[in-house]
Design a protein around this ligand. Structure first.
Ligand code: BGC
Length: 397
C-alpha cells in the first residue's frame, strides 16, 4: 500500500533528477528532460487522485460517525422517555423517620432504573393536593402518597388513575379512593403492643392519658382500636384523651398539663401517638416531678426515644423498620409502573392481603411492628442496625 509521504519522496526524487538534467544541453539531454517532465506530471496527477480519495474517505467516515452519534442520541432519548417516573408526596419531614423513608425509597427506585420526583407538602392539605396535581401533569407512572388527611384525597387519586397513573398509599391509608396499593405496618398491632406494654407495667390497673396523633391520619384510628382492645380486662381506664393535630409535639406538652389539671394531678401512665409527642409529654412530667415514675409508651424508635428508654423516662416504643417499608414500596412502585400484577403469588413481592378503604378492598402489603424496651434494645435496635450503640447509650456511663 502506498502512502502520501512515499509519493512525496518519489516526486522529490524526480524533481531532483530533472533539475540535475536541466543543466545538460545535448539533444539526448533535451529528450531526457521532456521524459522527466512527463513523469513528474504523471506523479503529480497520481498524488492529486490519492488526496482526493483520502478526502472522500474522511468525509464518508465523518458522516458514518454522525449517523452513529445520531442513533445513539435517539436511543438515549428513547431510554429517557421510557424511564419509569415515580412521584412521591410527603406530609412533612418534621418527624425524624420521614427523611429515612425518603432516602431509602429514592435509592431503591433509582437502583431499579426509575426516576423519583419528591414533593413535601409541609403539613398543608391544599398544598398536597396541588403537588399531586403537578405530578399528574408531569405524567408520572406512579404516585406515592403519605396522606396528611385520609379523607381529603379521594378526588385527586381518581384524577391520577383516570390519567393512567397508579397510586400507592404509603404508610397511611387514603379513604374511599380505591388506590392501587396500601403499604404500611400493621397499625392495629402497633396499638396492641402499646396497650400490652402499659398493662404489663400497671398490673393493678390505673388511670392513663391517651395523647393521640393527628385526627386526620387514619393510622391514628387503627392504633387506637388496637390499643383500646388490648386494655380490655386490664383494669386500666382512660382518664383523658386528645388528638395532636398535624402531629404537633407542643400540643402533647399542653395535653399532659391539661390532663393533670382535669384529673386532680393524677396519672398512672401515658400512651403517646409517637415518640415525638412522647418527648414533649415527658417534658411536662418532668416539670411535675413525675418523669421516670410512670410508664410512657409510643412508637417509631426515634433515637431520642431509645435514649429515654435506656435512661428510664420512657418505657417502650414500637420499632417499625422504615428501611423495609420504603424499599418494598419502591420495588412495588416499579412493578406497578411496568404493569405487573403485584397480587400474583409468583411476583417478586407478592401482595396477598387486602384492606377496606371505605369504598373498596384494595391490595395491602403489611409489615410487622416490634415492641422495644430496655430489655431488647440491643438486639432489635443496635444489632438490627437502626441506631448506633454509642448514640443510644450516649448519656449512660
Ligand atoms: C406514622 C408514624 C409517624 C406519624 C407522624 C404516622 O402516620 O405511622 O410513624 O410518627 O405519622 O409523622
Amino acid at each position: 500500500m502506498f502512502s502520501v509521504s512515499s509519493l512525496k519522496d518519489e516526486e522529490n526524487e524526480i524533481t531532483k533528477s530533472a533539475s540535475v538534467s536541466s543543466k545538460s544541453t545535448s539533444k539526448t539531454a533535451l529528450w531526457e528532460e521532456e521524459k522527466m517532465g512527463k513523469q513528474l506530471l504523471l506523479w503529480r496527477l497520481r498524488r492529486c487522485m490519492l488526496l482526493l480519495c483520502v478526502c472522500m474517505f474522511a468525509v464518508s467516515g465523518c458522516s458514518a460517525d454522525k449517523k452513529e452519534e445520531a442513533s445513539k442520541q435517539e436511543s438515549f432519548s428513547e431510554a429517557e422517555e421510557k424511564k419509569i417516573r415515580i412521584g412521591i408526596s410527603f406530609d412533612s419531614f418534621v418527624i425524624e423517620r420521614w427523611l429515612r423513608d425518603r432516602d431509602v425509597f429514592v435509592a431503591t427506585a433509582q437502583n431499579l432504573g426509575a426516576e423519583v420526583n419528591v414533593q413535601n407538602a409541609n403539613g398543608d392539605v391544599a398544598e398536597q393536593v396541588s403537588q399531586i396535581e403537578y405530578l399528574i401533569d408531569k405524567k408520572m407512572d406512579v404516585i406515592t402518597i403519605v396522606a396528611i388527611d385520609a379523607g381529603a384525597l379521594s378526588d385527586v387519586v381518581r384524577k391520577a388513575q383516570n390519567a393512567g397513573i397508579r397510586v400507592i398509599c404509603y404508610d397511611r391509608l387514603i379513604r374511599n379512593a380505591g388506590a392501587d396499593l396500601y403499604i404500611s405496618f400493621d397499625n392495629r398491632m402497633v396499638g396492641t403492643l402499646m396497650g400490652q406494654a402499659l398493662a404489663a407495667s400497671l398490673p393493678d390497673g390505673g388511670e392513663i392519658f391517651q395523647i393521640q396523633g393527628s385526627s386526620s391520619d387514619y393510622n391514628v384510628d387503627q392504633v387506637r382500636e388496637g390499643f383500646e382492645e388490648a386494655l380490655k380486662g386490664s383494669g386500666i381506664t382512660i382518664a383523658y384523651t386528645t388528638f395532636c393535630d398535624n402531629w404537633l409535639a407542643e400540643l402533647a406538652f399542653d395535653a399532659v398539663s391539661e390532663g393533670l389539671k382535669k384529673n386532680g394531678g393524677k396519672v398512672d401512665g401515658i400512651m403517646c401517638g409517637n415518640d415525638d409527642l412522647a418527648g414533649q409529654a415527658i417534658r411536662a412530667l418532668t416539670e411535675n416531678k413525675m418523669a421516670g415514675k410512670i410508664p410512657v409508651v409510643a412508637q417509631d424508635a426515634e433515637l431520642s426515644a431509645c435514649q429515654r428508654i435506656v435512661e428510664g423516662t420512657q418505657t417502650m416504643t414500637v420499632y417499625k423498620s422504615v428501611d423495609k417499608e420504603a424499599s418494598a414500596a419502591a420495588k412495588l412502585a416499579v412493578a406497578l409502573a411496568k404493569g405487573e400484577d403485584i397480587t400474583d403469588a409468583s411476583s417478586q413481592i407478592p401482595v396477598t392481603e387486602t384492606i377496606d378503604d371505605g369504598s373498596a378492598r384494595i391490595p395491602y402489603y403489611a409489615l410487622e411492628p416490634i415492641a422495644v424496651t430496655k430489655e431488647n434494645m440491643d438486639e432489635v435496635i443496635i444489632d438490627g442496625g437502626f441506631h448506633l450503640r454509642e448514640d443510644v447509650y450516649l448519656n449512660i456511663d
